[in-house]
Design a protein. Structure first.
Length: 133
């Protein structure tokens, strides 16, 4: 909601606090922590701080891959978030595989996830045209 209102810094502060709380409650990780990490990484990427977002998104993706069944939408959402982050940094090596996997799980219409089919297709187009950042 804050991001949609243009208050990215406020949203970032809230998700940073959420990450801290979830880490304290579940040091080995939790679905709530993974969600907070994906959202925080997405916000950092949108704020042109992809280098800061990358380790956060990698952690979230690793947790989701270990804790969710293959093909789960939550994994695809984390893959798309990491792909966008890597595109912004002009690191395309992993992006194709991440987006290929994300495209298989991304929902077609509006969703509570950050990346639907339209968003994933937009990232694929950026990869093909070389317009990462």
């Amino acid at each position: 909601v804050l991001e949609a209102r243009g208050r990215v810094k406020d949203a970032e502060q809230q998700y940073t606090a959420a990450v801290t709380i979830h880490r304290g409650a579940s040091p080995k990780g939790s679905p709530a922590l993974a969600t907070a990490l994906v959202t925080l990484g997405h916000l950092l990427t949108k704020d042109r701080r992809a280098a800061d977002a990358e380790p956060i998104l990698r952690e979230a993706l690793e947790f989701r891959r270990q804790s969710l069944p293959a093909g789960h939408r939550g994994i695809g959402d984390a893959e798309a978030a990491l792909a966008e982050c890597l595109l912004q940094q002009n690191k395309p090596a992993e992006v194709g595989a991440l987006l290929g996997s994300a495209a298989k799980t991304a929902p077609v219409g509006p969703t509570s996830l950050l990346y639907d089919q339209k968003a994933v297709q937009g990232l694929m187009a950026r990869l093909k045209t070389g317009t990462g950042g």
